[in-house]
Design a protein around this ligand. Structure first.
Ligand code: FES
Length: 510
């Protein structure tokens, strides 16, 4: 237990992966392609480009796999809950078929890469199910199974679902997979680095300049390249205006120790509240994972309750014990349901973007990387048009991210100087603007500006992860203001707070 919350606040994958130790960029390097972001999309593209004879430099702000890819469930599948009936309804069968083919190809590409590069990441083939617990969703999964089969995907409807609680039926996709996401990325990075190509860690890209060459700048060096790929979940800068075409979705996972072998199946529910279920075996230890409790990042999270509900579900429905690990993630959801791959903006010449990978970044990110590899190698790619980053209007009725044109305030910060109790944080409205104030368990006050350094929204306190999170485009900051996750590239600046009768208190790094 950690305070009132169950489990260590770290993803199972991060807790069980060794660390990497690639150097930071400390000079100027020249390569064919600069890749910003050491997640699945960036590293897959980097390795595919290297294999095609190009030199690459990957710039990772932290360590390989510590971003969104290290916070997934580890499912590698083209069955995306009920995606095919929805995509076909919004875009037509041809687009839905292309989406499915791209994701199926991604499953195959990952399997081949694991074998060819000898990556020890627990990759194993499983069936993946979208299950129904009600009569209403039974009809939905039946329709999804039939539609996906018509599109040529490995889909069947079944009432034989290997879950420990009763369900009415499910879509089953055969020959899908799961793996340890960070160990996979570490294997990719090993193959990328060397022979004129590089992986740089602790090297946050701060800016880029389009042109010939294109230039990406970090604090301690630059990468000059013919082309740049930005694979940072949310692209930084606002050139592409993806904030008007995507929204951020936050979801939560708990993992408990489990006895017995891992099941050869992964699951997601078609009912609400949605639940994602799988088992995993890591170095001889078994785990059962339960995910869900998703919400728009702009909505109030109450993460403690959400983790509590997932822990109760794991206990009551899956027979799991108390969670050993808990973590959350933020996914970029395109409002029309299709990822964005291609030039960053209509004006861009050599800067390309991968974003909007939905909640299925392991396969969508791999497919996106293969599309860009073909484009940058002068080859046609059959799926490029479907994922085209220059397409316009959203097809669905979802509203865009807040803070698109003018940065929005999530909730007006409270006025006054009541400091939060130990272990809590709040935003205070002080002269000079809102201040994010945290009181640590020892009573030490840490204060930083509450104005997000991306586009100026006001951050809010994440009580489960003890971080300052921006509701607009998902930037996250540590209690000392340092960037955990972009698109922000600059830290929140330290501020001083003064409670009545006290000397000024400055923020102090934790
Ligand atoms: Fe964009 Fe904060 S304003 S992430």
């Amino acid at each position: 237990m950690n305070g009132l919350l169950p489990g260590r606040p770290v993803s199972l994958w991060m807790a069980t992966a060794g660390t990497t130790g690639y150097p930071a960029l400390d000079s100027d390097v020249d390569v064919d392609v600069a890749v910003i972001g050491g997640g699945v999309a960036g590293l897959t593209a980097a390795l595919a480009l290297k294999r095609s004879g190009q030199t690459v430099a990957v710039l990772e702000a932290a360590r390989v796999g510590t971003g969104v890819t290290g916070h997934t469930t580890g499912k590698v599948t083209s069955l995306h809950r009920l995606a095919y009936t929805e995509l076909a309804s919004n875009h037509g069968d041809s687009t839905a078929r292309m989406y499915g083919q791209a994701n199926q190809a991604a499953v195959g590409h990952i399997a081949r890469t694991v074998a060819e590069e000898g990556i020890d990441c627990g990759f194993r083939r499983v069936a993946n199910y979208t299950y129904a617990e009600s009569e209403r969703t039974l009809e939905l999964v039946r329709a999804e199974a039939e539609h996906a089969a018509r599109l040529g995907l490995p889909s069947t409807f079944t009432t034989d679902v290997p879950l420990p609680f009763p369900v009415k039926g499910a879509v089953r996709f055969d020959d899908q997979a799961q793996f340890h996401s960070i160990r996979y990325l570490q294997g990719l990075a090993r193959s990328v680095d060397g022979g004129g190509s590089f992986v740089f860690e602790e090297s946050r890209a701060l800016s880029f300049r389009d042109g010939s060459p294109a230039i990406v700048t970090t604090e301690t060096g630059t990468v000059r390249a013919r082309e740049v790929i930005m694979a940072t979940n949310v692209p930084f800068g606002d050139e592409g205006r993806f904030d008007t075409r995507c929204y951020l979705h936050r979801s939560y996972i708990v993992a408990s120790r489990a006895e017995g072998p891992a099941t050869d199946a992964t699951f997601i529910g078609a009912d609400e509240p949605m639940r994602s279920i799988l088992t995993a075996a890591i170095d001889g230890a078994g785990f059962v994972l339960a995910g869900g409790e998703g919400h728009r990042a702009s909505d109030s999270g109450d993460p403690a309750s959400r983790y509590g509900r997932l822990a109760a579900f794991a206990r009551e429905r899956l027979g799991a014990g108390e969670p050993a690990f808990r973590w959350s993630t933020q996914d970029v959801m395109p409002v029309d349901g299709l990822p964005y791959v291609g030039l960053l903006s209509p004006e861009a010449k050599h800067v390309h973007v991968i974003t909007g990978l939905r909640k299925w970044g392991l396969t969508n990110g791999t497919a996106a990387a293969l599309i860009l590899t073909d484009v940058l190698s002068g080859r046609n790619n059959p799926w490029a048009a479907v994922f085209d980053s220059s397409r316009s209007a959203p097809a669905s009725g979802n509203s865009p991210l807040p803070g698109a044109a003018a940065p929005a305030q999530a909730d007006p910060p409270p006025r006054g100087l009541t400091l939060p109790p130990p272990g809590a944080g709040t935003v205070l409205d002080l002269d000079g603007g809102p201040v994010a104030v945290y009181t640590d368990p020892g009573g030490q006050v840490r204060a930083v500006s509450a104005i997000c350094t991306h586009l100026g929204c006001t951050v809010g306190f994440n009580s489960a992860d003890k971080s300052w999170d921006c509701p607009c485009h998902g930037s996250r900051f540590a209690l000392d203001g340092s960037v955990i996750q972009g698109p922000a590239t600059k830290d929140l600046v330290a501020r001083k707070v003064v409670a009545q009768g006290e000397e000024p208190r400055a923020g102090q790094p934790e």
